[in-house]
Design a protein around this ligand. Structure first.
Ligand SMILES: CC(C)(COP(=O)(O)OP(=O)(O)OC[C@H]1O[C@@H](n2cnc3c(N)ncnc32)[C@H](O)[C@@H]1OP(=O)(O)O)[C@@H](O)C(=O)NCCC(=O)NCCS
Length: 181
């Protein structure tokens, strides 16, 4: 399989077979199987899943998922090395990439990168096409391995000692990424 075999669809519990998902991190699998649907129903988050393009019949097997939620971080958390300037506010608006995971059966083929790029593109669309102000994409890296994955793509450490570790990709980097295409 390669990344071209997948498409992204909005998570819908009537279509997506949650039971078969296994990313290797029980807390993420458990969230996907038992808590995500409630979070979507009450509007707390939105989720897109990677499914096979060729297999349109239901139920569809999820090979990866990512969640996006509106949020904010405090001015004090902004990494020094960003160009984010904040004058009159104590908080800045961000989009949170709450969770991202890939099924173990397809680790290493580029789907994690594909999900991350889709999430980044959605933030780009929000600011450039939908008129929604947002200064960065923020992720909660669950462990050192996840942190290393995100840092490959330019995410920076927030100035916070919080666990899980928060990382940030400034909107300037996101715009630059898609403007070049
Ligand atoms: C982390 C995870 C999403 C990566 O997904 P994946 O589909 O296997 O990764 P990809 O094949 O897209 O890899 C893309 C690049 O990231 C690198 N990479 C993958 N996992 C990495 C890790 N844990 N640390 C550092 N780099 C990593 C790959 O080597 C690849 O680099 P390359 O293009 O230079 O070869 C996946 O391993 C996973 O779901 N892990 C469990 C859940 C998790 O940790 N989620 C993230 C925190 S919420």
């Amino acid at each position: 399989m390669n990344t071209g075999d997948f498409e992204f669809i909005a998570f819908d519990s009537r279509i997506v077979d949650r039971a078969v998902f296994d990313c290797g991190v029980p807390v993420l699998d458990d969230y996907f199987k038992t808590k995500l649907n409630q979070d979507i129903k009450n509007g707390a988050t939105r989720c897109f899943v990677a499914v096979e393009k060729q297999k349109k019949s239901n139920p569809r097997r999820p090979f990866g998922f990512a969640t996006l939620t509106a949020g904010s971080i405090s001015k004090a958390e902004i990494p020094d090395e960003t160009k984010i300037k904040v004058r009159n506010y104590s908080q800045i608006g961000v989009i949170l990439l709450g969770r991202l995971a890939v099924d173990r059966s397809v680790h290493g083929i580029g789907l994690g990168q594909g999900l991350l790029m889709e999430a980044i593109y959605r933030v780009y669309l929000a600011t450039s096409q939908l008129g929604i102000g947002c200064r960065a994409l923020v992720v909660d890296a669950k462990d050192a391995s996840a942190e290393a994955f995100y840092k490959k793509y330019g995410f920076l450490d927030l100035q916070t000692k919080a666990f899980p570790k928060k990382l940030l990709l400034p909107i300037e980097s996101i715009v630059e990424l898609f403007r070049a295409k």
